[in-house]
Every structure is written in C-alpha cells, then in structure tokens.
Ligand binder design. Structure first.
Ligand code: AMP
Ligand code: MN
Ligand code: MN
Ligand code: MN
Length: 285
C-alpha cells in the first residue's frame, strides 16, 4: 500500500488536545489521511483506542508519543513512532517523565497568583482529561476563559514562558533516554518541529548530531509548527544528516489549531519518509 497522506503528530484529551482519540481518527479520515499516529505528550494511554479507531476508519496506524526532553537547557520534543506500546522500559520512562507535572503545575499557579491571577490550578484542572498530564495548554485555556488573554497564543507570549509569570523551569527526560526508549521498543525516534527551538546554529548542530549518535533516525520537516522557509531549511538538514523525514499537523483542537489533520503540503520528493523505514511496524486495518 502506498501512503498518500500521512499525519504522524497530533494530541487527544489523553494529553493536551480537546478531542477524544475516536473523534481525531474520524477527522483525520475525513481529511483524507491514510496513515495516522496519535502522539500524546509523554503518554501512551490512548494508543489502543487510537489504533482501533484508525482501523474502524480504514486507516493504517503507527503507535506514537511525543516525549518532553531537556537539551542545552531548553525543552525539546522527540516523537516516537512504531514502537511496541507495551514495552516495559518505554512505559516506565514515560511514567517517570509525567511524574513532575503535578508539582510543576502547583508552582505555575503560585507564580500566576503573584501577579493577581488566582485559582489557576483548579481552573486548569477543569480542562484536564488525564490527571497525570496537566500541561501549560490547560492553564492557557483557563487564562482565555477568564479573559486574561484573548487566545492561547497571547498566553504563550505573556505568560508561562521564560521570563514571564507562571513559568517554572523543569528538567524533563534526557535526549539519550528518550531515543533509547523508542528504539529499543522497535520504534523510530524523530526530532519534533526543530524550527520552534531558539537554538544557535552550534546548539542545533549538537542536537542533530547527538540525536543521531544515540540512534535517532528522523526529523519533522513538514509540520504545523513550521513556516514554508522552515520546510526548506529542515529538508536540507534531513539530507545533510541522512535522516528520514516526517509529516504531521500537531493538531490539538478545532478551536485552537491553525493546521487541520491531513492538510499540510506533502514531503519534498527528495526526502525519504519515516514510513518507508517503518513498513514492518505499520498496523494495517
Ligand atoms: P508543557 O508540556 O506543559 O510544557 O506544554 C507544552 C504545550 O504548550 C505544547 O505542546 C503546546 O501544545 C503548547 N504551546 C507551547 N507554546 C505554544 C504557543 N506559542 N502557542 C500555542 N501553544 C503553545
Ligand atoms: Mn501540546
Ligand atoms: Mn511539541
Ligand atoms: Mn505536539
């Protein structure tokens, strides 16, 4: 089966999306997706439902997650695709990565209270589908609901980011562990949306080369987080570092996401897609 429309990055209520896995699958299919992956942050609790819903809609499926790591004092995301979701090491690693979120959320609420925004922990919790996965996105929804900000992108300009109220520095997983969890469970590790990180060229080179040295094999080139200029830049980086290319909307919500499932341009023809390297990991309906 040749893949025409792969979307290998999105979020459900199991992390910080607003749709259930079944609704995401139906939406992906309606937009023409034929290979899909649900990639909740630090969580694989939605994988069985997502695969069943993919198959019910006639789509091929790859298991997925998006792991939060800290690299060069910056939060970076590593997407894992096609791994065994029952592998004990990745299950334990993701659980440990989720572990710090509760305390961090309470500290975020303390920081917001200091600038007069009260009740944000309880307010954010109303949007949380998974008690182990309270994220900045849930706080952002509360700040929009209460009129502090007009939309979530305003929240991420004025709050919850370095130097702004509500920001809490956090140490996530390591690059090495994230890549190891994914690859030892039979999957392929992918650098998520590299265009989003504010790295110097030296730091970015270090990320790509260390990622490769740990066994990482993919990079997102066409993602909802990239501009067309980023598509070109990271297509060249994929060639320079001999990485497979991935494509995914990073869809979170019909109300918040600019890019819908399955609607991005195709990967440049010069690149080798990640799904070519994952042929034996794709779960067909
Ligand atoms: P956390 O894992 O709690 O640090 O939350 C990270 C999430 O916040 C990301 O996965 C996005 O969903 C969201 N986010 C981060 N930056 C922005 C932004 N500038 N605009 C909208 N959402 C953002
Ligand atoms: Mn998110
Ligand atoms: Mn991300
Ligand atoms: Mn994402």
């Amino acid at each position: 089966m040749s893949i025409q429309n792969a979307d290998l990055h999105c979020h459900s209520v199991v992390s910080d999306g607003t749709l259930e896995p079944e609704a995401l699958a139906a939406r992906a299919r309606a937009n023409g997706v034929d290979l899909w992956a649900l990639t909740d942050h630090d969580e694989i609790g939605g994988q069985h439902r997502a695969r069943a819903a993919a198959h019910a809609n006639g789509m091929a499926y790859l298991t997925g997650t998006e792991i939060s790591i800290t690299f060069a004092n910056t939060t970076v995301h590593i997407v894992g695709l096609g791994f065994d979701a029952d592998d004990p090491a990745i299950v334990a690693g993701l659980r440990a990565t989720r572990g710090g979120r509760e305390a961090r959320a309470r500290e975020m609420a303390d920081g917001l209270a200091q600038v007069g925004i009260h009740g944000s922990y309880e307010g954010a919790l109303k949007y949380v589908g998974n008690p182990e996965l309270i994220s900045r996105t849930h706080f952002a929804r509360f700040l929009v609901e209460t009129g502090v900000c007009a939309d979530t992108s305003e929240v991420f300009r004025n709050y919850l980011v370095e130097g702004k109220p509500g920001f809490v520095p956090h140490r996530w997983a390591t690059l090495e562990n994230s890549v190891r969890w994914i690859t030892q469970a039979g999957g392929l590790a992918v650098i998520a949306h590299p265009g989003r990180y504010k790295f110097t060229p030296t730091e970015e080179y270090a990320l790509f080369s260390e990622f490769k040295s740990h066994g990482g094999r993919g990079v997102e080139v066409v993602t909802g987080s990239h501009t067309p200029a980023d598509f070109e830049k990271y297509a060249q980086m994929a060639l320079d570092f001999d990485l497979h290319a991935s494509r995914g909307s990073d869809f979170h919500s019909p109300d918040e996401s600019n890019v819908d499932l399955g609607t991005l341009p195709p990967l440049p023809k010069t690149l080798t897609p990640v799904w070519d390297a994952l042929a034996d990991r794709i779960q067909h309906p």
